[in-house]
Design a protein around this ligand. Structure first.
Ligand SMILES: [Zn+2]
Length: 52
């Protein structure tokens, strides 16, 4: 398991995705449901990111 990959999880639909997936959208947003809040899941820790 690589710890260098940043994984994000959507608190709404509970799906995980990589940073590159929402980079395409050019904003912090879940690529699956469009929810504007994503949580960062890294090394077992989850940190919430809020999009303004
Ligand atoms: Zn979502």
């Amino acid at each position: 398991m690589s710890e260098g990959v940043s994984l994000y999880i959507c608190p709404r639909c509970k799906k995980t995705f990589e940073h590159s997936e929402f980079l395409v959208l050019r904003e912090v947003r879940c690529p699956h449901c469009g929810f504007r809040v994503v949580a960062k899941a890294r090394s077992g820790r989850i940190k919430t990111l809020k999009a303004i």
